[in-house]
Design a binder for this molecule. Structure first.
Ligand SMILES: NC(=O)c1ccc[n+]([C@@H]2O[C@H](COP(=O)([O-])OP(=O)(O)OC[C@H]3O[C@@H](n4cnc5c(N)ncnc54)[C@H](OP(=O)(O)O)[C@@H]3O)[C@@H](O)[C@H]2O)c1
Length: 191
């Protein structure tokens, strides 16, 4: 048994990307980067590991699940398998020609439930918003890199899910000089 962890950068007002899907507004540099590079290095893409000269630790996650729109920025720059150190699952409702290292699923909710039954490290829900909305009932932990910026509009952290309150308990908050706050929550298991 392992947990599904939605680890994501988010604006003050709950957006994970700008309206065009960009995320340049999020802070890359600053003292919060210690969390990104030390605790969550498994969630860095291979080209980042190469640039940093580090090996993926494989101590936090061994699997990533993402929506098709989250994979496409990597495809657009010629990266067919952004997280080769992880088992990569990509949700799509369409037949897609993908790298052999990627497993496609048209039923990510069933896939997430199945993955959680397996032994292993936790499963990282990378995003985006639409997929996170689908997987919300199965999310065990939220790790939010709350950036000190208001977007006004963009892609919401859970896409366009209908109003249906779900309880999470705050388990940790860390504030950084950069203004980023890392918020951690655990699901309380229902509405
Ligand atoms: N801030 C961060 O840390 C962070 C992290 C990750 C992503 N993002 C950003 O989030 C944006 C993408 O978010 P998004 O909400 O537009 O898209 P998304 O959730 O990444 O992908 C949506 C696509 O995934 C597939 N999909 C989603 N739910 C599905 C389901 N229930 N069943 C089958 N397939 C499903 C569909 O693909 P098909 O169209 O192929 O059917 C759908 O069009 C990107 O701009 C990305 O940069 C930000």
């Amino acid at each position: 048994m392992r947990d599904l962890v939605y680890y994501v950068a988010v604006s003050i007002d709950g957006y994970i990307a700008d309206p065009a899907g960009g995320f340049d507004a999020f802070l890359v540099e600053g003292d919060h980067a210690s969390v990104v590079f030390d605790e969550y290095a498994d969630a860095l893409p291979a080209h980042a590991h190469a640039a940093l000269g580090i090996e993926p630790p494989r101590t936090r996650f061994d699997t990533v699940i993402m929506g098709w729109n989250t994979l496409t920025p990597a495809l657009d720059i010629g990266i067919a398998s952004p997280y080769p150190h992880l088992r990569q699952i990509v949700a799509s409702r369409h037949p897609r020609d993908v790298d052999p290292a990627i497993t496609l699923t048209d039923d990510p909710l069933a896939m997430a439930r199945s993955l959680k039954q397996e032994d292993g490290l936790d499963v990282w829900l990378c995003g985006g918003g639409e997929l996170a909305g689908t997987l919300l009932p199965e999310i065990d932990h939220l790790v939010l890199k709350r950036n000190p910026i208001v977007f006004g509009s963009g892609i919401s952290i859970f896409g366009n899910v209908p109003y249906e309150p779900r309880a999470f308990a705050l388990t940790g908050t860390r504030s950084f000089e950069s203004g980023v706050v890392i918020e951690e929550y655990v699901s309380r298991g229902g509405a």
